[in-house]
Design a binder for this molecule. Sequence first.
Ligand code: NAD
Length: 293
Amino acid sequence: MSTIAFIGLGIMGSPMAVHLQNAGHRVIGYNRSPEKTQPLVAAGGTAAGSVAEAVADADVVATMLPDSPDVVDVLAGEDGVLAHARPGTLIIDFSTIRPDVTTELAGQATERGFRLLDAPVSGGEAGAKNAALSIMVGGGAEDFETATPYLEVVGKTIVHVGPAGSGQTVKAANQLIVAGNIGLLAEAILFLEAYGVDTTAAVRVLGGGLAGSAVLDQKAQKMLDRSFEPGFRIELHHKDLGIVTSAAREAGVTIPLGATVAQLMGAARAAGDGSLDHSALFRTLARLSGRDA
Ligand code: NAD
């Protein structure tokens, strides 16, 4: 059993840290707002007062932070992981950030004697709570092997997709697919409502055919109920669509549908919906049709 420092105990990080603690590891958690360490402490884990304190004795450091600047700060900052953890420590970054930032951080980590994997996840809050995440891992094959027992505690589908940064590239593709699905599901529900169709019956039958999807299973009811408690915040999906549109542009790949949904997600955020679940993209599409959001 290992000592694991877990930094970033939000919607996703908190249940993941609790699973690792419950699996028998010694988990030391750190979060900027300290009250978020409470579920980990209730599960028998420890709360640290700083990154330095959390990582001092760690065999493994896990991070689950919002965005690229947060990960750069926590890993490479003056008070960060690379400055305070023991060289050789395996760092697993579960956050969704820019692939080029990950590659740069992996280089710095290697230079300073650390091992870094990018391991962004998919499956949402439900996936984190049920330890059923899909995890796309970038980095060295040997490091992936070392990380696998930890990843298996929080995920179900765990795939090594290539060298450093590859996990983030696959995650960007994931976010493109999910955003497009959410947008079309919202349009379909608005269309069905406009015709006065029994939407519950419609969603049930759509779910059994080719239109069925994890997005439909997890998000249709939220749209029907106009209940948009996060979940995955619009703010974060806006960040991810920024990642995929700029990475696609750099690669010379044209993503017209992705670009449209990225604009709609930006509009949702600008309209004040940034802290709602990404299924609240429904509200932006409803407004475009002058319908009840
Ligand atoms: P969140 O905002 O709920 O959690 C992030 C946590 O990090 C917060 O508790 C915040 O206080 C903490 N934090 C921020 N900066 C910090 C710092 N410098 N030091 C310590 N703690 C700090 O976000 P989340 O929904 O858990 O998402 C985390 C990451 O996972 C994001 O990159 C997101 O895109 C990705 N993700 C989220 C979901 C989801 O459904 N919520 C699904 C897949 C991937």
